[in-house]
Structure formats: structure tokens, C-alpha cells
Design a binder for this molecule. Structure first.
Ligand code: ADP
Ligand code: ASP
Ligand code: MG
Length: 414
């Protein structure tokens, strides 16, 4: 029998009623001759509550203990989900990541899955039951509990789907699919029926938090289609799969924004070979990953270099860069935390030019200044002031025809 993985996010696990309704959906797929394995997140708000407790004691406290604490929310969910299945007569067995053999590296709070021992999950499936696995957590080879980064139950689900060779991984959430822009920012944004793995990777990487980036990487690598759909209503969702030829007709598929980065600038550094290498080697040595970089020529053979890093890495990055101000004899260092990255993504860009110009013109017409630019074959990202995020996303959605006509009329009339 083919296998489906169902993943339920925080809102979808938010109450006993929601959990019971998920159980009935699982029953329906089993009645259609699927074996179903389930991955669940902590109940809505629970992971934040736990992290907040830790922060009240010490925001820079032991990463091991923070993972021990943060992983607890998912343990509550697996047991409740298994009980809900029992209550409608379905055999179900809950599994922590340790019990499901989800091995990770040893990097707390951002651990990566190395392997999954799916034997016990297969045993449950083969005996007609439903394994219910805790998302977000893992276990190292020295039996330390890890977590995989915020939002990572998606990644657990895609990894479990890959290891079970599932036909599809269904991600049940509080929206009925992937939209061309975050529907909370652009009401009336178009819902996408299909998105290629590569576009979804770029959208997720650019801040669209409907799926965690690493879940899409797993799905692409192991050829598991993902479907994003609502657990609140029965409607078709968005299928994320290999690129289909028709996708190229659309130039821009979606827009994402990200406020999680800050910009660091070194001004007045000598414009000579090796300086950029010195800066980025020093950051890499501290395990800090940099996103965008821009270098510009100043006066008197001096240059400026700006880079962006995640806000969680900012204080480490500032420490490293302050050290460099002295050794490189730079004039000064500046930090800007009030920035946002706004990106447009679409496979159609490969075959049609002029998209960058349209992006820049749209921002300019709305009085929005661009501080940094970076591109890939199918993405154009700009760094702008944080205050301009929502106007920028809305203006670009309009420019690239990503709003349903009816919604556009309502906006125009109001
Ligand atoms: P879950 O708890 O189910 O994992 P998340 O909150 O992580 O749910 O992800 C769903 C949310 O992602 C939606 O409520 C929506 O606001 C947001 N989102 C951001 N960008 C998009 C997009 N392009 N399409 C759909 N939802 C998006
Ligand atoms: N509960 C975890 C979080 O809030 C994982 C997830 O929801 O995907 O980040
Ligand atoms: Mg999520």
C-alpha cells in the first residue's frame, strides 16, 4: 500500500477539537487505501512559551538545556494525537525522535538530520497502525536531545517521508496553500496551484515561512512531492514538485520578505587584495554565515564593505568585525538592524529579461530606497528599510499581477 505522511503544524494542533478532526482526516486517507504516518508540531504558542521561560532565567543559557526544554512541546502533541486516533478505533503509536531514531549532528538549536532508522515506523505501518512522530527534535550519537531550528517540524516530516519512500508528504497548516505573497501582507494574493522545488527553495530561503527551507531540500533530493493544505477546510492545496513546462509562462511566481537579518558595514578599509578574504574568513571561523555582501569604492583608495547576517548571529558578528576595525585599520563600523529583504522569485526569469528593472522601478516609484541587491537565476533580492517592507511587497505583487482581480477592485474602491 502506498504511504502518505501527514504533518500538522501548531495551529492545526491548537486544541482537542483540532486534534480530533485531524484523526478523522487520517482515517479518511486510510479508508482510501493509504498507510499514513503522522508528524506533529507542538500546540500553537507552546514552543514560544517554553523558550520565553528559558529566556527569563538566562537568554544565553545552556543550549543543551534549551533543547531539552523546547523539544517538550512536541512530546505532548504526539501523545494527544495517538490518543485521538485510539478514540476512533485506530491503532497508533507515538514516537519521540529518540524512539524513531532521528539522528542529528551535535549542533543544538540548529541540528541537521543525518539519518532515520525507519524500522519501527514500518513495523507499526505493516501491522495496520499509525506511527505518530514528534517533529522538530532529534538525537545525537551520544544520546543528546537536539532541536532542528524554528519551524522544523516540516523538515522532520519531509525526512520521514523520504525515509519511508512515501508517495507524498501533506503539510497541513492554517492556510490553504502557498500564496504568491504572504496573505497577511497582501490580502487577495493569488494562491499557487503548483510550485517547483527550486522556486519553493528560493521563496522559503527568502523568508516565506509557510515551509522551512530544509524540508524543501529533503523533498527535492528524495523526489517526494510536498502538498501544503489547510487543516481547517477541505480544499485543494499547493503541490510542490519537479518543474512543469507550463510554469515558465509566469515570470514572477511569488514574493517573500524577511526581517530576520541585520546589516554590518565596515567603512574606510584599504582597497587592496586579501581584505575581503580576511573579513569573511574571520566570520566563517566563528561559524557565522553571511547572506548578502556589497563592496563599494570610497575616496582615497579606500573601500566600504557591507554584509547581512541573521539577527541571532549579530552580536557574534559585531564582536568579530570590531576586532577587524583595528587590524585592518578601517575608519569605522556601523550596524543597521532596521532592514528587510524583499525578494521576487520565478523560474520564468530564466527566459525573460527586464525583471530586475521592473523591480527597481516599482520600488523607486513608491519612494523606496534600495541598499543592497543580490540575484540568483530565478530570484532578485533587495535590502530596504524595514518600515517599507509591506508597501514594497504590495507594490511588487501588483506590478507582477499576483493579486486576484476581485481583490484588487476592492482595494481600489476602498
Ligand atoms: P504551521 O504552524 O502550520 O507550521 P506556519 O505559521 O509556520 O504554520 O506557516 C503558515 C503561515 O505562513 C501562514 O499563516 C502565513 O501567514 C505564512 N506565510 C508566509 N508566506 C506565505 C505564503 N507565500 N503563502 C502562504 N502562507 C505564507
Ligand atoms: N514547534 C516548533 C516551532 O515552533 C517546530 C514547528 O512548529 O515546526 O518552531
Ligand atoms: Mg511552520
Amino acid at each position: 500500500m502506498p504511504i502518505l505522511v501527514h504533518k500538522y503544524g501548531g495551529t492545526s494542533m491548537g486544541s482537542v477539537e483540532r486534534i480530533l478532526s485531524n484523526a478523522r482526516r487520517i482515517e479518511r486517507d486510510r479508508d482510501s487505501n493509504y498507510q499514513v504516518a503522522v508528524v506533529v508540531s507542538a500546540m500553537a504558542g507552546e514552543t514560544n512559551r517554553l523558550i520565553d521561560l528559558a529566556d527569563q532565567i538566562d537568554p544565553r543559557g545552556s543550549a543543551r538545556e534549551r533543547d531539552m526544554l523546547a523539544s517538550a512541546g512536541e512530546q505532548v502533541s504526539i501523545a494527544l494525537m495517538a490518543m485521538a486516533l485510539h478514540s476512533i478505533g485506530i491503532d497508533a503509536v507515538s514516537f519521540t525522535a529518540t524512539q524513531a531514531g532521528i539522528r542529528t549532528d551535535r549542533f543544538h538549536q540548529r541540528a541537521k538530520i543525518l539519518s532515520i532508522d525507519s524500522e519501527r515506523l514500518h513495523d507499526v505501518l505493516d501491522s495496520g497502525g499509525v506511527p505518530v512522530v514528534a517533529g522538530f527534535q532529534g538525537i545525537t550519537d551520544t544520546m543528546e536531545v537536539t532541536t532542528l531550528g524554528r519551524g522544523a517540524s516540516d523538515t522532520t516530516a519531509a525526512a520521514i517521508a523520504a525515509s519511508l519512500e512515501a508517495e507524498r508528504c501533506d503539510i497541513y497548516t492554517d492556510v490553504d496553500g502557498v500564496y504568491a505573497a504572504d496573505p497577511r501582507i497582501v490580502p487577495g494574493a493569488k494562491r499557487l496551484e503548483r510550485v517547483s522545488y527550486d522556486e519553493m527553495l528560493e521563496l522559503a530561503g527568502a523568508g516565506s515561512k509557510v515551509l522551512q527551507t530544509r524540508s524543501v531540500l529533503f523533498a527535492k533530493k528524495y523526489h517526494v512531492p510536498l502538498q501544503v493544505l489547510s487543516s481547517f477546510e477541505d480544499k485543494p492545496g499547493t503541490l510542490i514538485s519537479e518543474e512543469a513546462p507550463v510554469m515558465e509562462d509566469v515570470v514572477v511566481t511569488g514574493i517573500a520578505s524577511d526581517r530576520s537579518e541585520s546589516r554590518v558595514t565596515l567603512r574606510g578599509i584599504p582597497d587592496q587584495p586579501g581584505i575581503a578574504a580576511d573579513i569573511f574568513e574571520a566570520l566563517a571561523a566563528e561559524g557565522i554565515s553571511v547572506d548578502m555582501i556589497i563592496q563599494s569604492r570610497g575616496h582615497d583608495n579606500l573601500a566600504n564593505i557591507s554584509y547581512t547576517v541573521g539577527k541571532t548571529d549579530l552580536s557574534d558578528a559585531v564582536n568579530v568585525t570590531e576586532g577587524l576595525v583595528k587590524t585592518l585599520k578601517a575608519r569605522e563600523m556601523g550596524v543597521d538592524e532596521k532592514i528587510a529583504k524583499v525578494s521576487v522569485v520565478g523560474v520564468g526569469m530564466k527566459s525573460s529579461g527586464g525583471v530586475a528593472a521592473r523591480v527597481f522601478r516599482t520600488l523607486a516609484d513608491n519612494g523606496i530606497n534600495i541598499h543592497m541587491i543580490s540575484t540568483s537565476e530565478i530570484r532578485i533580492s533587495t535590502v530596504i528599510d524595514e518600515d517599507h517592507t509591506e508597501p514594497a511587497v504590495r507594490a511588487l505583487a501588483k506590478e507582477f499581477d499576483l493579486i486576484e482581480e476581485a481583490a484588487e477592485e476592492t482595494v481600489a474602491a476602498s
